[in-house]
Design a protein around this ligand. Structure first.
Ligand SMILES: [Zn+2]
Length: 410
């Protein structure tokens, strides 16, 4: 590549424009070439050349004519759902889920197994490899169509050792390079990211937060974490532990947390803590105890007073943590995710009420607090989205055939 081309390097500029075109189509779902040019402030000939390359490569397809503003009806462009596939892996504390997703974010195949991942990295990665093999054959996705593999983990990921989980949360995984292992097996790029961050990314690209630059995703599961999208980018902090709201100490006299503090949000509303709380309240009752989170939610939805008050408690404690988060980062949107959101307003009403009481009013009056539509599957889909996101920034590294068809060298 020649240096210092004026006014700026044209190949770099072209790459940037390709990314902008793809991102705009993703956000709008379908859009005409003329609208793309208008929206991006680019010459129609520039957009035409880029779109031709993207159509040939299989990243875009023509969807059919849209509504005319007078004259010929414009052809609408959309992301192509055929040529490329993304794999998303969710390694949870108690499960492994793998999906294959197309470029329109539709899940083509899914595999899910209950699994204790924390103490068995080798067994877990063998299971991940097996499940990836299964979803690829179920979806009939050829290896050539596979763009990459995203992996969500219930742990911070430190940018200084990408591909690894933090040994602080999962000590048995110290030194395990998840990305290197899966890359050598499947021969595609692999990225590893914290699960709550992936929830935030999903919401920003496909969910409630499309076109928003500032949002938070709160994942409530075995632990509680927040994924933060600030000024349009995931915010990880200097060591990858930004958003660990599970360790906000809400109650100084509360239970001892694994981190050494007392009354952390994790010890109050983490799934296991909630179940212990509900069982204690129900001790002596004839009805069976709450074995799983689903039992608790089912009972609450059926009007069981103990289950309802346990979820109310969870909503209020989460609300205290969320009020602090809102005052710090002032997002336009907070999405609450994890299996618990199936409880709907039994959780969200006390949560919103508590946030309203404890948050700076200017902040609260402009934030929407919603439940994720995906519930539990947001991490795997978010992981697939992470690969897509990186591929949009650098198409030639991810999409086979891209350099020639997009003429990236010119
Ligand atoms: Zn803690």
């Amino acid at each position: 590549m020649t240096k210092s081309r004026k006014p700026s390097d044209s190949a770099g500029m072209r790459l940037r424009n390709i990314t902008l075109v793809l991102r705009t189509v993703q956000a709008e779902r379908q859009i005409s070439q003329a609208d793309l040019a208008r929206r991006l402030g680019l010459a129609r000939s520039t957009v035409l050349a880029i779109v031709d390359g993207l159509l040939e490569l299989g990243l875009l397809k023509e969807q059919g004519p849209g509504i005319s503003g007078g004259g010929r009806r414009p052809m609408l462009l959309t992301l192509d759902d055929r040529a490329f596939h993304l794999v998303g892996v969710d390694i949870g504390a108690k499960h492994v889920t793998v999906v294959v997703m197309n470029l329109q974010a539709e899940v083509l195949a899914r595999q899910h197994r209950p699994w204790q991942a924390r103490e068995d990295p080798n067994g877990t990665l063998s299971l991940v490899e097996e499940l990836i093999g299964r979803v690829l054959s179920e979806s009939r996705a050829g290896r050539r169509q596979l763009v990459g593999i995203g992996v969500g983990v219930p742990s911070p990921v430190d940018a200084r050792s990408p591909g690894h989980v933090s040994p602080v949360v999962m000590p048995h995984w110290a030194g395990v390079d998840i990305a290197a292992r899966l890359e050598s097996r499947f021969e595609v790029p692999v990225r590893v990211e914290n699960d709550a961050n992936l929830g935030a990314l999903w919401e920003a690209r496909w969910g409630h937060g499309v076109n928003l630059d500032n949002l938070a995703y709160i994942k409530v599961a075995t632990g509680v974490g927040a994924g933060l999208l600030l000024d349009g980018r995931l915010y990880r902090g200097s060591r990858g532990v930004a958003g660990e709201i599970g360790h906000l100490s809400i109650d100084n006299a509360g239970p001892l947390c694994s981190c050494g503090l007392r009354g952390c949000l994790n010890t109050l509303v983490g799934t296991d803590s909630l179940l212990v709380r509900a069982r204690e309240a129900a001790r002596g009752r004839k009805r069976p105890a709450f074995e799983k989170l689903d039992d608790l939610i089912d009972a609450a939805l059926a009007g069981d007073a103990i289950a309802v008050s346990t979820l109310d408690f969870a909503g209020r404690q989460l609300g205290l943590g969320l009020a602090m988060l809102l005052n710090l980062i002032n997002p336009a949107l907070v999405v609450v995710g994890g299996g618990i959101v199936r409880a709907g307003d039994l959780l969200l009403a006390p949560l919103r009420e508590t946030v309203a009481k404890h948050c700076f009013s200017e902040n609260f009056s402009h934030v929407r607090i919603l439940a994720s539509r995906l519930g539990e599957s947001s991490t795997a889909r978010g992981a697939a989205t992470l690969i897509f996101d990186e591929a949009l920034e650098n198409p030639s590294a991810f999409f086979k055939g891209a350099p020639r068809k997009l003429q990236l060298g010119n």
